[in-house]
Design a binder for this molecule. Structure first.
Ligand code: FMN
Length: 184
């Protein structure tokens, strides 16, 4: 049985999302004691503080899934030099009602792929700010800003480029150690 359940939160709802592909490819690089479980955020309502006392079923499900996880993995594109609103919406939902946030203390990795040359650097920095406030310890190094190029994924959905694969394996190994340290 897996010892470490990772809640994977993807900042794109797009069907052919590169970030979703990156999530699947990263799961192939993970050790057997880790399972990556995709957390759905596309069905959440827009956050409205009036609903704090009566959270939607999708919000309760999100909070249950985050609570059950030993670690978090945020995989996000960059939208207009920040992370997408759908991701902020999910983060806000699971942080409320006040005093009942499920984020605190969960070790997290932050990574992303975009078409731009500085692929997701600013999105990740904004996200780290929010996570710091929510008391989510994020792996600081190595940083991973992945630019989407033709050979990034092979036809099986694995990382197709050998040097990128080695880089991502090293990143994931650090992430695995980070999660283990925070669950020791
Ligand atoms: C509204 C919007 C804003 C974007 N802004 C940026 C940006 O600031 N930086 C960047 O590198 N790419 C930007 N892009 C391009 C995305 O990186 C690209 O669409 C990427 O494939 C989205 O991730 P996904 O494939 O996981 O959906 C933007 C795309 C959209 C739709």
């Amino acid at each position: 049985m897996s010892q470490f359940k990772i809640a994977v939160v993807i900042g794109s709802l797009r069907k052919d999302s590169f970030n979703r592909k990156l999530a699947l490819a990263l799961a192939h690089l993970a050790p057997p004691e880790f399972t990556f479980e995709h957390v759905e955020i596309g069905d959440l309502p827009l956050y409205n503080q009036d609903d704090d006392g009566n959270q939607a079923a999708s919000v309760k499900r999100l909070k249950t899934e985050i609570s059950a996880a030993q670690g978090l993995l945020f995989i996000t594109p960059e939208y207009n030099r920040s992370f997408p609103g759908v991701l902020k919406n999910a983060i806000d939902h699971a942080s409320r009602p006040y005093g009942q946030s499920v984020w605190g203390g969960k070790p997290a990795g932050v990574i992303g792929v975009s078409v731009g040359a500085i692929g997701t650097a600013l999105a990740q920095q904004h996200l780290r700010n929010v996570l710091a406030y929510l008391d989510v310890p994020t792996l600081g190094q190595p940083e991973a800003f992945i630019q989407n190029k033709d050979d990034l994924f092979d036809d099986k959905g694995h990382i197709g480029n050998e040097s990128t694969k080695q880089f991502l394996q090293a990143w994931l190994d650090k992430y695995v150690a980070w999660v283990k340290t925070h669950n020791a």
